[in-house]
Write a protein that binds this ligand. Structure first.
Ligand code: NAD
Ligand code: DAU
Length: 339
């Protein structure tokens, strides 16, 4: 099998590349990534010299580059992780989100149609369902929950999902979609809640909690997500959407306090800052379908996963210090200085 993984130099994509190389040593894994601010070639160091791995620097919106790669490699499966992924950045500048997340998906699927493919898998997000109220803990997102987005990011992801389903119905492209909850684990870019709080705490910097910190996210260890994707691309039904989540809801403030405790840092570092515009209150996935159809269940409990993650950030300071010492400084200044 030849598998193209787009966005494989980012957080989840790189973890998926590692997972696939380990799980399927007879597969050829090709990572196509533009290396935006969020993509880092050093992340792929553990596999870069593996004979079954190839890295190609390209933009998923570049039709000629994608077409050339398909001509060279004749992929069986494409898994599309490539995206602009940060909600706060989408609020500042939506345009690039529409370009990469929607047009990029269209280009990839057009090239899949031209060359023929066994499976095109779209990595989507639970954010396409909008949010749930805090006072209704009985409600969860199922695959039938209507699309109802809040941010330019989630709208662009929802647009891509609709396009994927249209390519299934109109052209018969063999597609699947997964909609996962918040991931955490190694190689998570430090602009996101968990790695940002770990990095700031280790540097004794303020921990900026949006609003009252009562928003709820449903956290899943990244390796559990990768296992779900592997199951879906091999055994999932064409044209279907699969929700992925582990029933692990936590308030942001509780996560930040836990990180302080694990790192032995004072909670006085916590600083409440202006809320995110349009901030979603609660995400909660109902993963019944993927359990019933594919037997998927998460393996890593949050207590263990967060310890493993913190340990990884302690042992891999060079990886994230390198990131936060560059252009990220300007981003941080812009997003947080007057918040
Ligand atoms: P990330 O921002 O860490 O990585 C994105 C990767 O895509 C980077 O390597 C970047 O260089 C690459 N990329 C961006 N634009 C590109 C383009 N035009 N062409 C080629 N490559 C490009 O993102 P992530 O957190 O790993 O998320 C991966 C996917 O999973 C996204 O589609 C996101 O919507 C989805 N998702 C993320 C989460 C989460 O909690 N992080 C949860 C559910 C779904
Ligand atoms: O649910 C899946 C989504 O999870 C993915 O589709 C997105 O790509 C991914 O970025 C993530 O989106 P969130 O907006 O939930 O993640 P983020 O880490 O940006 O924020 C998590 C929560 O923490 C959210 O309620 C906002 C809050 N937050 C975030 C940051 C960066 C803070 O309070 N302070 C911060 O500095």
């Amino acid at each position: 099998m030849v598998v193209i993984v787009t966005g494989g130099a980012g957080f989840i994509g790189s973890n998926f590349v590692f997972y696939m190389i380990e799980k399927h040593p007879d597969y050829r894994i090709i990572c196509l990534d533009k290396l935006t601010y969020a993509g880092n070639l050093s992340t792929l160091k553990p596999v870069i010299n593996n004979e079954n791995f190839r890295f190609v620097k390209a933009d998923i919106c570049d039709r000629n580059a994608v077409d050339k790669l398909f001509e060279e490699e004749h992929p069986d499966i494409v898994v599309n992780f490539a995206a602009e992924s940060h909600v706060d950045r989408s609020i500042e500048n939506p345009e690039v989100f529409l370009r990469t997340n929607i047009i990029g998906t269209e280009v990839l699927m057009d090239v899949c149609r031209k060359h023929g493919i066994k499976r095109y898998h779209q990595i989507s997000t639970d954010e396409v369902y909008g949010d749930l109220p805090l006072d209704r803990p009985d409600l969860f997102f199922t695959e039938n929950t209507p699309i109802h987005t809040s941010s330019p990011y989630s709208s662009s992801k929802a647009g891509a999902d609709l396009l994927v389903l249209a390519y299934y119905r109109t052209y018969g492209l063999p597609v699947t979609i997964s909609r996962c909850s918040n991931n955490y684990g190694p190689y998570h870019f430090p602009e996101k809640l968990i790695p940002l709080m770990i990095a700031n705490a280790l540097n004794d910097k303020p921990l900026p909690v949006y609003g009252e910190g009562i928003n709820v996210r449903d956290w899943l260890y990244v390796e559990d997500h990768c296992r779900a994707i592997d199951l879906i691309i091999h055994n999932g039904k064409e044209g279907e959407v699969y929700n992925v989540g582990g029933h692990n809801e936590m308030k942001n403030i509780d996560i930040v306090k836990l990180i302080c405790k694990e790192l032995n840092k004072p909670e006085s570092l916590i600083t409440y800052v202006t809320d995110r515009k349009g901030h979603d209150m609660r995400y909660a996935i109902d993963p019944t379908k993927i359990y019933n159809e594919l037997g998927w269940l998460p393996k890593t409990k949050f207590d263990d996963g967060i310890k493993k993650t913190i340990k990884w950030y302690l042992e891999n300071r060079e990886w994230w210090e390198d990131i936060i010492s560059g252009e990220y400084q300007n981003y941080y200044e812009k997003m947080y200085s007057e918040r």
